[in-house]
Design a protein around this ligand. Structure first.
Ligand code: NAD
Length: 248
């Protein structure tokens, strides 16, 4: 995987446990230069030392803030690939049954976890003059009922459907759009799910490879997708879960 001379935008590093951090390291190892985003001043404190470690630029982006999107994109002279690795749902809606979810909570989850990918694609398109690759992060709960995944199931289903449609919208510009679907990984976002330790135990026990997925595993696949080696891969949801979904 060679990303020499390529520039990537990485949205979703919160700390060194973030899946986006595993991806950022793999992109940098493959030779890419990067711009990382931090959601706010508090997360900048955690992300700044990581950005420094790989020589990346750091900007602030809360995806609900239009002027922050403007600032991020006006600072980019070149963009070859982008990673969208963010999700959020209000805790009360996330931890209750889907049938009890509020319209407001569902809307916030959709806006931050799904619509922001559409926004990213729209803004990235004019900068990706010689084509590009945009990758988002989904989860198996988009396709099957996973205990305690609750309203994030339909939100991730919408994300995967958006990936398919966006791959058509942007295919004519040679921009590829894909989702990776990792197995459960202990991150800050995952800690918001009830009984997440049980999900991890089951994933390790039932996966054909008998192991959990790491952020490094996801990073390797993300770097492949960003590279020319994946030039005919678009519109897909690709699992990095040690084979769990083949068996469940
Ligand atoms: P994480 O907590 O490290 O990352 C989540 C990121 O979302 C954070 O960087 C946070 O700042 C960002 N975010 C939330 N609201 C935002 C907003 N309004 N604007 C900008 N950024 C915002 O957790 P993670 O597990 O690395 O999550 C990354 C992605 O991976 C998510 O889409 C998640 O659903 C997906 N995923 C996670 C797992 C898992 O088990 N951890 C499995 C499959 C998919």
């Amino acid at each position: 995987m060679n990303l020499q001379g390529k520039h990537g935008l990485v949205i979703g590093v919160a700390n060194e446990h973030s899946i986006a951090w595993g991806c950022a390291q793999a992109y940098a190892d493959a030779g890419a230069s990067l711009t990382l985003t931090a959601q706010n001043d508090r997360s900048r404190d955690y992300v700044a030392p990581l950005a420094e470690r790989i020589g990346a630029d750091l900007v602030t982006l809360d995806v609900r803030e239009g002027e922050q999107w403007d600032a991020v994109f006006s600072g980019l002279a070149q963009l070859d690939f982008a990673l969208h690795s963010i999700a959020f749902a209000p805790k009360a809606d996330l931890q209750g049954d889907l049938v009890d979810a509020s319209a407001k909570g569902f809307g916030i989850a959709m806006e931050i976890s799904c619509y922001s990918l559409i926004e990213l694609c729209r803004r990235a398109r004019p900068l990706m003059k010689s084509g590009g690759s945009i990758t988002t992060m989904s989860y198996y709960g988009a396709q099957r009922v996973v205990p305690n995944y609750q309203l994030m199931g339909p939100v991730k289903a919408a994300l995967e459907a958006s990936v398919r449609q966006l791959s058509v919208d942007l295919g004519g510009d040679n921009i590829r759009v894909n989702a990776l679907s990792p197995g459960p990984i202990a991150t800050r976002a995952a800690s918001g799910l009830a009984h997440f330790d049980e999900l991890m135990r089951k994933a390790a026990a039932d996966a054909p490879l008998g192991t959990l997925t790491t952020i490094e595993d996801v990073g390797q696949f993300a770097a492949f997708l960003a590279s020319a080696s994946a030039r005919h891969v678009t519109g897909q949801t690709l699992f990095v879960d040690a084979g769990y979904c083949a068996r469940d």
